[in-house]
Design a binder for this molecule. Structure first.
Ligand code: ADP
Ligand code: MG
Length: 733
């Protein structure tokens, strides 16, 4: 499998294959699967083709005629090809045709053009099947992803060379899927699958092959994750069992509400895992507003009671500050141990962020290092060197979608022994994604919202189609404010000082949120789109226009931290009516009195991001309203995406929609879309059952007997994935 293609195909072909398609070894070529299959009888469907489509057809030459052109110099050759179901004309100028003879079968690849009302190919690429290759007789001819100098048929011929000697193929190929696994799931051998995939005699064979080849991808991926889980499980942490009469009991007594059933159940689950030596690695997902923070606080309290420290990592400074504030508020005197009015049974809550003044930060660091701060809340600054914990027992990562595995690991490394880890996300994660991208974590879900929530209704405001609706939107904002409520206006960009308005939110609060970016194809042509609306401009327009009677303020990532905090506090205290902001308000910001959100240029945000955003106005007793303002017409794909967001509040349904609109590669990480990715056939949308089965098999393989060492071929494939620098696709999502 590792044989260089030079030895099989010769230097010339091997070089272009390597240069243009990154195919270097036998393995690369065999795993370069056909994109589709051309078949006879397809021509009937040519009627459905649009002018400009690029297609390949398998057909027989019916007639050839050459004549001088009248208007121009030179000759014109017309060839009619047919496949029994339909026919099509090919034209070539000046004998630039491939000497086609009547009766020959060939593949003809070209762009559909129009001439005097008839569809035709102008000088298509032709590949005539000669008598000594049997390809013309095949029902299905593989069409490969090709490049400028490596046509589909060159690839086909090269693959054929590899596959022809079937017996040596079986001997040559190390099958990574152990025989018992293959038997259990009715999968063919790798050699059979490759033959069926590259040279099928029926679509049934292709399907049979696909199933098996997807298993390769899923099993290797799941073994990698299972191995990671196992390695984590083998490295002991420190047990942090529950202790009565401490901080946790005090927290429970201080809560102004009773826990939902879900919070109680998940709480029990966490309490049990924290009490074990084996470090917890858990993902807690729950709708926006489902009350994850309280669950985390209770886990943190348990760890503090057991003598350890807990760190809460938040993606933005605004959110970190808010968490520190609300934790301090809930704990009251318990958060001020060591101070005059503090409760000696309590602990200290400290905030650590990048923009703090050096002196403040130094003091915070000291409290973290000497252990007097039991609860440490912070942003990425927590990950920096120089931040030392006395005894880090639990890491809570809030809103995971902005943190990668590397950051989780960086924090984990700050414990003398691996701390327990709890990752929280409000972006619902489809099961397949949970099993792959987050496959090294166990998951818990809070499905229930605390009772007494007003809920949120959403509408699209299509400003092109219905300009008057925008006036109506501002009228709604005025009405809500008149009724004592508050509003957010969210814009994609800050404005003014940014260079050029390139369409990216220049929000320096966190790393770029790959999750939130609109689907790729809509980014294209960005140059002829107007720049996205900006906070500073919109705020100005509202102040001097429809909201002139209201207190309108701005919030964005470029403001100094203290100013941001002060602004947020003023909004929370209802001293501001309307907050015009970037997505800094996306995560976790909690002002229950805010009931309206107007999202400007809503089409510039991703599905999950919009769902997150509107979660900000569904937090109180009052019904929330979210207005998605967009210039997209309601019939466009973008318009329909927005309508779908407006039409449901089911986070799981939206996560699925998000998955559909983003390319698979974006979900698994940027590198995944690269040329030699390990996941070519597997689909997170369609292969849920297969992924689940592969996960179960992988767990068993890794944990039973000698583990992967019993399965050298599989171990090699897993090692190759781990070695591959692109394996970081597991981390990047
Ligand atoms: P999220 O899961 O989005 O992080 P939060 O933890 O911020 O949600 O909780 C949202 C709001 O709900 C907060 O104001 C919190 O105090 C409140 N809350 C949490 N749990 C309950 C409960 N069991 N009953 C009532 N309100 C609750
Ligand atoms: Mg939250």
């Amino acid at each position: 499998m590792d044989t260089d293609l030079v030895r099989v195909l010769g230097p010339k072909t091997a070089k272009v294959m390597a240069d243009q398609l990154q195919l270097r070894t036998v393995r690369d070529l065999l795993r370069h699967y056909p994109r589709r299959y051309a078949r006879r009888g397809e021509m009937a469907r040519l009627d459905d083709l649009e002018v400009g489509d690029r297609v390949t057809v398998l057909a027989q030459v019916k007639s050839v005629s050459t004549r001088r052109m009248q208007q121009r110099r030179g000759t014109l050759t017309e060839v009619t090809v047919g496949d029994g179901a339909g026919s099509m004309r090919l034209v070539f100028f000046n004998n630039r045709h491939a000497h086609l003879d009547v009766g020959e079968w060939g593949l003809f690849a070209g762009t559909v053009g129009l001439w005097r009302g008839d569809k035709q190919f102008s000088h298509p690429d032709c590949h005539i099947m000669t008598g000594d290759d049997d390809d013309w007789a095949r029902a299905l001819v593989p069409i490969y992803p090709a490049s400028k100098d490596v046509s589909s048929w060159v690839i086909q011929k090269s693959v054929k060379l590899l596959l022809d000697d079937r017996s040596s193929l079986e001997a040559l190929l190390d099958d990574p899927i152990p025989q018992p696994v293959r038997d259990r799931h009715g999968l063919p051998s790798l050699a059979t699958a490759l033959v069926y995939k590259h040279r099928p005699e029926s679509t049934a064979q292709v399907e049979f092959a696909d199933e098996r080849l997807k298993w390769d991808e899923a099993l290797v991926l799941q073994c990698t994750l299972a191995a990671r889980r196992r390695a984590a499980a083998l490295e002991p942490g420190i047990e942090r069992p529950r202790r009565r009469g401490g901080l946790l009991d005090a927290v429970d007594a201080a809560l102004p509400f009773s826990l939902t059933e879900g919070q109680r159940e998940v709480g029990e689950e966490l309490a049990g895992e924290l009490a074990r030596v084996q470090p917890m690695n858990r993902l807690l997902q729950g709708e926006v507003g489902s009350g994850k923070t309280v669950v985390a606080l209770r886990a943190m309290a348990q760890v503090v009671d057991a003598g350890g420290q807990a760190a809460l990592l938040a993606p933005t400074e605004v959110l970190a500050a808010q968490h520190a504030r609300s934790l301090t508020a809930i704990l009251g005197p318990l958060a001020r141990a060591g101070e005059l009015d503090g409760d000696p049974a309590g602990t200290r809550v400290v905030l650590l962020t990048g923009s703090q003044k050096a002196a403040v930060r130094r003091e915070a660091r000291a409290a973290v290092a000497d252990g007097s701060a039991g609860i440490v809340v912070g942003t990425h600054a927590l990950l920096q060197e120089g931040v030392e914990f006395a005894d880090l027992g639990l890491v809570v990562v809030d809103e995971q979608h902005r943190f990668g595995v590397e950051q989780r690991d960086a924090l984990r490394a700050k414990g003398t022994r691996p701390p327990h880890v709890l990752v929280m996300t409000a972006t619902p994660i489809p099961r397949t994604v949970a099993m792959t991208v987050y496959g090294d974590l166990e998951t818990s879900t809070l499905r229930q919202l605390p009772a007494g929530r007003g809920g949120v209704s959403s509408s699209v405001v299509p400003v092109r189609d219905k300009p008057a609706w925008l006036d109506r939107a501002w009228a709604r904002v005025r009405e809500e404010v008149a009724a004592g409520r508050q509003a957010y206006v969210v814009c994609p960009r800050i404005g003014d000082l940014e260079d050029g308005g390139n369409g990216k939110a220049a929000d320096d609060d966190g790393p770029d949120d790959a999750d939130g970016a609109p689907p790729e194809e809509e980014e294209k042509g960005g140059s002829d789109r107007r720049p996205p609306l900006a906070v500073l401009d919109v705020a100005e327009g509202l102040r001097s226009g429809p909201l002139s009677a209201l207190r309108v303020e701005v919030l964005h990532g470029r403001m100094p931290a203290e100013e941001k905090e002060a602004r947020m506090r003023a909004f929370a205290a209802a001293e501001v009516d309307v907050l015009v902001a970037t997505t800094v308000v996306e995560v976790g910001v909690d002002v229950p009195n805010a009931t309206v959100m107007v999202v400007m240029d809503a089409d510039r945000f991703g599905v999950s991001q919009l769902h997150q955003l509107r979660g900000r106005v569904a937090r109180g007793r009052h019904a929330g309203l979210c207005l998605l303002v967009s210039e997209a017409s309601s019939s466009s794909a973008t318009g329909q995406r927005l309508a779908a967001v407006a039409g449901t509040t089911d986070g799981f349904e939206l996560a699925r929609l998000d998955l559909e609109t983003r390319r698979e590669g974006d979900v698994l990480g940027a590198a995944q879309s690269g040329r030699r990715s390990n996941v070519k056939l597997l689909s997170l949308l369609d292969d849920e059952t297969l992924i689940a089965e592969a996960r179960a098999e992988a767990t068993a393989l890794v944990e039973q007997g000698g583990g992967l060492a019993d399965h050298p071929e599989l171990a090699a494939a897993v090692a190759a994935l781990a070695m591959d620098e692109r394996a970081d696709y597991l981390e990047k999502a």
